[in-house]
Design a protein around this ligand. Sequence first.
Ligand SMILES: Cc1ncc(COP(=O)(O)O)c(C=O)c1O
Length: 397
Amino acid sequence: MRKAERINRLGTETAFAVSREAAEFAATGKKVFPFHLGDLNFPTPRKIINASLKALNEGKTGYSPNAGIPELRKALAENLNISHKTSYTGDNVVIQPGGKPVIGKFILALMNPGDGVLYPSPGYPIYESQIEFHGGVPVPYSYREGKNGFELDISSIERRITGNTRLLIFNDFQNPMAAEASPEELRRIAELVEKHDLYVLCDEAYFDVRYSGSSTSLASIGGMQERCVLLYTFSKKFAMTGWRLGAAAAPADIAEIIAKLNTNDESCPNHFIQYGALAGLREEQPEVGEMLEVLKRRKDTAVEILNSIEGVRCFNPDTTFYLFPNVTGAMERLGIDSYDDFRRNALHETGVSFCTRLHFGRQLEGEKEKHIRFAYSGIDADDLEEGLLRLKKFIET
Ligand SMILES: Cc1ncc(COP(=O)(O)O)c(C=O)c1O
């Protein structure tokens, strides 16, 4: 095969490779404790399912408008205006088959080959993949362990901005670190964005996945709505990962380009599902609150057990369904230096399957501390506890 040169630059979501290894291990008859994938073991709220079925029965089975049905675009704009203090109309919202497509479309719309794009590392691995695939220059910035959670290292953004930098990818309510910017950090980011004339992908996939307090968007700061493309998704909040529905909210001229990319890529988002999503936005969904309560209990249990393990240190974040414990001491105890060895040994000795820092973008110079990621969204409380106690035993004895 003579493949296109650009394919050599295409990365992947390496967590899926961890899933494969876990499945192979399970196929040998062993029990797996799945902490590796950010999927949810909760059903989609009933009203969303019913509204989708109704639309299906009513024949909403042809193409929809390329940017999505106007009612959904308008409803999402109105919802965002409340939660984000923005002033969007339906024209600013372009419905997508999931949140993920917004990443590539943002880059295609606003980046020329050779442009510098800032993105977080550790961070969602698709950023790095899409920047490189489309010929951009990936410029990773970092976070550090603060007192109560991971903190954005704003100086690491500032230092890396050059005359060539065009775009910033910012993932508040961050995967994998569950980091959340303070109002002061948001203000400083906004300043940098204005000063250096950047556009921002504001990936807010976990904006509504939170256990206390409230989320604030970078787009709510004066001047930022004009510079931000918001990544919105129905996947996490409504336990709809497999439905594939999300949206971009952007200044009207960028929204138009994104809609044109829709026409070229998938014609339109899935038609009848959009009516389900509309019900999701318009009506109370009691299952969402119940899910968050269950997730919070899982989180608190996991954090308690992880912090009881010698050589492990873990924050208790307010958002996302990820934990990113520091395992430097645990790996030293075990005499293991390689992330892959640690992950595979843990899987084979305990059945506990997780991702490591290696699955979240390239490592930065001088990075010494070791971290792994636990997703607690797809594992019930009993298994969560049993798995982590097995891991404790594995590390301590
Ligand atoms: C940070 C982040 N952004 C975007 C996505 C994409 O979500 P989806 O395409 O399922 O809406 C994910 C999924 O895990 C994510 O973690």
